[in-house]
Design a protein around this ligand. Structure first.
Ligand SMILES: [Zn+2]
Length: 367
């Protein structure tokens, strides 16, 4: 029998439960207990420090047994197997993923393989991974392998805005840039859909709303996080980055990604790019896409200025990547094979990508 494919067989919606408030980990055992009584907590070292006092006290208080899996590296098959084997060998009935995208995506995919619930506790708001229905799988070396859409979104997401505000501001900036790509890419993809259904229409309108709210609150949130303050704008931006971005991605099957995320897959062949946060590369990709779409220069200038306030100079030079013809050609060739690139309303060739990247490199500094 053919496996059920979440991409075609049913609508993916949103996390089952989403709670975002200061000190959410205090007493969170009662929420987690609904999903498991013996849990494997999979977390990187730094993320664990941010949650351990409150989380483990809350688990103990609720009578939940727990063990730690020390995560490091990529969301790759090897790391997914480590978590999967521990869960199966030791009979855990749920997984709690803690940390950023790589740790959470690993935990989510392992939970799917084991058939157990997954609770996500993001310690940064750099992507929508905590609430999303996607695990991005890389090789152990960090080269993009595939986008794996899961059977369902996480069962429970716990977001403490103060934890988000305590993390380095680059993560929030990266998350903002990744979130607004939902609008630029979604809108481009939407243009190529002949008879959009209500889900594609809803996704693109929610993405527009996300973009409007982001332009209003993002700069203030970035300033607040630079002072480790969980201001109202931080709460708004964290929920946009994690919840709304994930919902848009879940329901907008036909509007998921375009040039920016396609180019991101291509950039992963450059080893130096692995040290650049996802959203900054996406922000660069948004500019390349806007050039390809022949967006008026004044509008590009406005967006570049917004990006600069998020500490992104959207060029190879700004990202400190080597802009060599052979590298650009390879990036372009890998990017056009990616799924998001197929969402563009016109056919994109490697030559188109190279030309737009060259144009970006020559133009950005002068804006
Ligand atoms: Zn992304």
């Amino acid at each position: 029998m053919k496996n059920i494919d979440p991409n075609v067989d049913y609508l993916l919606t949103a996390p089952t439960q989403y709670i975002s408030r200061n000190n959410v980990l205090d007493g969170c055992g009662r929420f987690i207990l609904k999903w498991g009584k013996r849990v494997l907590v999979s977390s990187g070292a730094r993320a664990l420090k941010a949650v351990e006092n409150k989380l483990f006290a809350a688990l103990d208080e609720a009578g939940i047994k727990w063990e730690i899996n020390h995560f490091s590296g990529e969301c790759c098959d090897e790391n997914i197997s480590i978590v999967t084997e521990k869960v199966q060998k030791m009979n855990f009935d749920a997984i709690i993923g803690v940390g950023g995208g790589k740790s959470l995506d690993t935990a989510k995919r392992a939970a799917e393989i084991c058939g157990v619930p997954i609770v996500c506790i993001p310690t940064i708001a750099a992507t929508c991974a905590a609430a999303s229905v996607l695990s991005v799988i890389y090789t152990q070396e960090g080269v993009h392998k595939k986008d794996h859409y899961l059977e369902r979104n996480p069962n429970l997401v716990l977001v403490d805005p103060q934890i988000i505000a305590n993390a380095p501001v680059e993560y929030l900036e990266s998350g903002i840039l990744d979130s607004i790509s939902k609008w630029y890419e979604g809108n481009a993809a939407f243009g190529g859909i002949r008879n959009p259904d209500i889900f594609a229409s809803s996704a693109v309108r929610l993405a527009l709303l996300l973009n409007e709210l982001m332009e209003k609150h993002a700069i203030d949130a970035v300033q607040a996080v630079k002072n480790n303050q969980a201001a109202d704008s931080v709460v708004i931006v964290a929920d946009l980055n994690i919840y709304l971005a994930a919902v848009i991605q879940s329901i907008g099957k036909k509007t998921r990604g375009a040039v920016a995320h396609g180019l991101h897959a291509g950039l992963s062949i450059i080893p130096e790019s692995h040290d650049v946060l996802h959203g900054f590369k996406i922000g660069y990709g948004i500019i390349v896409q806007l050039i390809m779409e022949k967006t008026p220069i004044e509008e590009i200038k406005r967006i570049v200025n917004f990006f600069r306030q998020l500490d992104l100079e959207p060029s190879f030079k700004g990202l400190k990547l080597p802009f060599a013809p052979r590298v650009i050609q390879e990036v372009a060739e890998k990017s056009i094979l990616s799924d998001p690139m197929q969402n563009m309303p016109f056919k994109v060739t490697a030559e188109d990508v190279v030309l737009a990247m060259e144009k970006a490199e020559a133009m950005i500094e002068k804006l």
